[in-house]
Design a binder for this molecule. Sequence first.
Ligand code: ZN
Length: 304
Amino acid sequence: MPELPEVETVRRDLEKVLVGKKITAVEILDKKIVGGKPAVFVSAVNGKKIVGVERRGKLLAFKLSSGEYLLAHLKMTGQLICVSLSLRAKRGNLIAGGHQVGKNDLTVPNKFTRVIFAFSPPARGGARGGGSVGGTLYFNDLRRFGYLKVVSAEEKETIFKNNFGIEPLTPDFKLSAFTKIFRNRKTNLKAILMNQKLISGLGNIYVDEACFNAGLLPWRSAKSLKPPEIKKLFSCIQKVIAVAIKNRGTTFKDFRDGAGGRGAHYNFLNVYGRKGEKCRKCKNFIKKTKHAGRGTHFCPKCQR
Ligand SMILES: [Zn+2]
C-alpha cells in the first residue's frame, strides 16, 4: 500500500507532465471506480485542463480548469501509469506509481485497467490512442478499493479537513499538536500512528521505521509515553518521511523506458521487511509480530 512518500513521489512526477494538459477522452472500463455514474464523471472531466496536482495524506487531488477537483485514491492496490506525457519524452516513456508494479504489469491497458484518460494534443482513436504525443494516464486497480471522484473546491477542503489529521512536513505538524494526540489515549502507539484522522500519511512501513528510530516498541500504550519520548518520535517521523521522499519512496516503482527497479528507499529501511536479519545498530535479529492488525517489525534490544 502506498504511503505518504510514495504518493508524494507520484504527485511530483505527474505534476511535471500533466499540468497544462487537457483531458481529451475518457474511457471507463469499471464504473465502480467512478462511483457508479460514468456519464456524470466523464462530463465533469472531459475537455478540462489539469491546472495543479495537490495531495493530502495518501489522497491525490488534480485541480481542473473548471475549478473542480478530480480526487484519486489508490487505496490498497491502485496504480497510476502514465505513458508518453511529455512532448520531449521518448516514445514509451513511463511514469508509474502506486501498488507494487512488476515488470510484467507494465503493459497498459491490462486486465486491471479501470479508467483511461487521454491528454492533449488530441489522441487518435479515443482514450486508448493517446500514446503517441499527448499521452495517456491509466488508473489500474487489482482489488478495486481505489476511486476517482470529481468534487467542488469546497467539498475538497471539507474532505481534506475531516479525513486527515496533522501531516508530517507541513506547518500544522507541531510538537504541541502531536503531544495532544497521545494524551489520555489507551490505544497503542502503532494504532495511533496508523490512524489517518489523527496523523495523515503514515502506513505500516514508516510507522515501524519511526518507532525503531525513536527506540519505542510499537505496542507501547500512548499514555505511557514520556514527553522526551514523544519529542523523539515527533522528530523521527519527520526524518523518516523526508528521507523516504528524497529516495522516491519504498514501494513505488519508477519506470523509465521500460527499465524496472525497486524504489530506492528499500535499501535504507532498518526494520520493515527485515525479519530475521541483523539490526543495523545492535546486530541482534529483527523480529516480526502483529499489532493493530498489521505485521510489525522491531528490534527487541533497541526498542523499549
Ligand atoms: Zn537493535
